[in-house]
Structures are given as structure tokens and as C-alpha cells.
Design a protein around this ligand. Structure first.
Ligand code: PEP
Ligand code: MN
Length: 352
């Protein structure tokens, strides 16, 4: 249910209505548009709200949200959500952002080398997994907390904000303290305790689509985060399982225009996991930007043949640097632009 306030409703009116809703044991979420405020009412039995609030003079309308996802849908918030990082980089507006870096943080030297290549090539955010969700328990599992410290050092030296995955609720605190964006991996898209935990923090969340999940299930996972009060959610399509086996996954580019209709949340495309082949990454990244994605996430490794994970889908720094001007031209062709390059020595985005 949403309560649409009249355009002249005062702060006191909004507080009063929220107070009345909360007194019924329901939760409120505010969406403050330029023109009017919408109060989202979440709880088990919001139907009585309709009768209780339609007569209030500050209320324009009370509308039932028909879709199962509430706060992540356009019905609740019409304008796009823009996630702004501490260095001012905005994700979800008119600018396209490029997240790039190794699949795994393999050590400090290789991370610094990759981070410099990402920054010099025109990337905006450094990616790199310290906690790795590997299919086999015998595969490289990531450097854990030591890897987080390497990311901190890479950010300090390059000025690039960092995005890294968190796998368990108990690690959320330490990852959120360090990362500019906390990543929820495809395999954890429906780890509901983990989703609730990142929802209790304020750090932006990059929520990857599950390997075999529908768009509705994905938005419901976003809902777990939003309903805890963290509205800074970025959706990331990374390919889904289909009958096709020539590519690692099937990249669902159509989700970009679909999500534009359904949700106000930013959408990023990951063509690396989406294809599993480095030779297809550039074309799919261009397609993502052409389709209207708010950004791309690309795996880059200085020596892909030696990578401890996902070498076959990683771009060399040279190939990455060649792709960025192409993305700039595609962005311009669809009325957007690449975000400004990160300036050298921009400094630490987050304390630590
Ligand atoms: C990753 O981004 O490193 C990763 C593990 O991706 P996914 O969760 O999409 O498989
Ligand atoms: Mn990977």
C-alpha cells in the first residue's frame, strides 16, 4: 500500500501520518519526490490502511501496490534511484560507470598493477573478490581479510572506489566498513539472512542476479535489502542458466529495458560472467550500454593466463583500455555519457 500525500503536505502532516501507520504495527518508507511525498506502508495486513487514511485532509490517495515487490518498484518511487559514492561518483543518473578489476584479489602487487591499469584505462570503480564463492571447495577461495586490506591500499593509491563481495552475515560489518559498494554474489541472491544484514547497513549494495532466478525473484531479493532501510541497491545482471552451453551463461540484455519499466533501481551488466569468454566481452559491454544500462562490470587481469580464477573471461589491460572509448561513443549515441575519469591521487573514498 502507498499513501500519496497532497503536494502541499507539510513535514508535520507526513510525520503524523507515519506515526498513525506505525501505531498499527506497520512499517513506513518515505519516497520524497519533487512534487509530493509517497509513504510506503509495509506489513502483514495493510488493507485496513485504505479505509483509515482516505479521509485525512493531507492525503491525496491510498493505493494498493499490486506487484509483489513494493519498495523496489516504480509504483513506490517514480524517479530513478541514484546511488552516490563518497567521491561523488553517481550510479543510476545520466552517466555510465565502469567497474573493472580482477575476479579475485590474488595479492597486493597484482591488485595494484590491475588497479592502475583500470584507472589509466578509464575505469571508475575497482572490483576484486577477497571472499570468493567457488563451485569447488578445492578451488582458490580468495585471500579473505588480507584481500580487503589490499583493496584499501589500491584505493589509497589510485583513488578508485572499490566493490567487493561479502558471503556471510557475520562478515558484513567488516566488509561494509571497507568497501564503497558491497557485492552480493549470484549464488547468494536468495541468502535472505545476508540480504537483511546488508539492509541494516547504509553501504550501497550491488545485488547480482542468481544463476537461475527470474527478474521478479531478483526484485524481491532487492526488497529484502530495501525493507531494512538501505535504499542504495544496484542490480547487476551476470547471465543466467539456459539450455545453451557454448557460453558460460546467457546474458539477459533484455532485462535492462524491462527493469527500467519495473524498477527505479540502477542496473549494471556484467558481460564477463555473462559470456565466460573474453572475446565476447567488448561486444556485450557495448550492447549493455546501448540498451541503457547504468554501467558495466568487467573482469581485467594483467596476465589472464595466470589468473587464479576466471582468466578465460578476463580482458587484458590493453583490451580494456581499447573498450572504454567505444563505450564512450555508444553512451553518447543513447544520450548518456561516461562518468568523468577518476583523478590521480583523488584519495581515500572511505576511511580505512
Ligand atoms: C564475481 O563477480 O566475482 C562473481 C563471483 O560473480 P557471480 O556472483 O556473478 O558469479
Ligand atoms: Mn569472476
Amino acid at each position: 500500500m502507498i499513501i500519496v500525500m497532497k503536494s502541499g503536505a507539510s513535514r508535520a502532516d507526513i510525520d503524523r501520518i507515519c506515526g498513525r501507520v506505525e501505531a498499527r504495527g506497520l512499517k513506513t518508507h518515505l519516497s520524497e519526490g519533487e512534487d509530493r511525498t509517497v509513504i510506503g506502508v509495509i506489513g502483514h495486513d495493510p488493507f485496513s490502511v485504505k479505509d483509515a487514511f482516505t479521509h485525512d485532509p493531507s492525503v491525496e490517495d491510498v493505493i494498493r501496490i499490486t506487484r509483489p515487490y513494493k519498495l523496489s518498484g516504480r509504483e513506490f518511487r517514480r524517479s530513478d534511484t541514484v546511488v552516490t559514492l563518497p567521491n561523488g561518483l553517481a550510479i543510476g543518473g545520466d552517466e555510465v560507470v565502469i567497474m573493472a578489476g580482477p575476479c579475485s584479489v590474488e595479492g597486493e602487487e597484482m591488485l595494484l598493477e590491475t588497479a592502475r591499469a583500470v584507472r589509466d584505462g578509464g575505469g571508475h570503480i575497482l572490483r576484486g573478490g577477497a571472499f570468493k564463492p567457488r563451485t569447488s571447495p578445492y578451488a582458490f577461495q580468495g585471500l579473505g581479510r588480507a584481500g580487503l586490506q589490499h583493496l584499501v591500499e589500491a584505493r589509497r593509491q589510485t583513488g578508485l572506489p572499490v566493490v567487493t563481495e561479502v558471503m556471510t552475515p557475520s562478515e558484513v560489518e567488516s566488509v561494509a566498513e571497507i568497501a564503497d559498494i558491497v557485492q552480493i554474489g549470484a549464488r547468494n541472491m536468495q541468502n535472505f539472512d545476508l540480504l537483511r544484514e546488508v539492509g541494516r547497513h547504509t553501504r550501497p549494495v550491488l545485488l547480482k542476479r542468481g544463476l537461475s532466478n527470474t527478474i521478479e525473484e531478483w526484485l524481491l531479493s532487492a526488497e529484502y535489502v530495501l525493507s531494512q532501510g538501505n535504499y542504495n541497491v544496484i542490480l547487476c545482471e551476470r547471465g543466467i542458466r539456459t539450455f545453451e552451453t557454448m557460453t558460460r551463461n546467457t546474458l539477459d540484455i533484455a532485462c535492462v529495458p524491462l527493469l527500467e519499466e519495473l524498477s527505479h533501481l540502477p542496473v549494471i551488466i556484467d558481460p564477463s560472467h555473462g559470456t565466460g569468454r573474453w572475446s565476447m566481452v567488448a561486444a556485450c559491454a557495448r550492447a549493455a550500454v546501448a540498451a541503457g544500462a547504468d554501467g558495466v562490470m568487467i573482469e581485467v587481469h594483467p596476465r589472464p593466463d595466470e589468473a587464479l580464477s576466471d582468466g578465460p573471461q578476463s580482458l587484458t589491460p590493453q583490451n580494456f583500455a581499447a573498450l572504454v572509448p567505444q563505450l564512450r561513443r555508444v553512451a553518447a549515441a543513447v544520450g548518456k555519457r561516461l562518468a568523468e575519469p577518476v583523478r590521480t591521487g583523488a584519495g581515500t573514498a572511505v576511511a580505512g
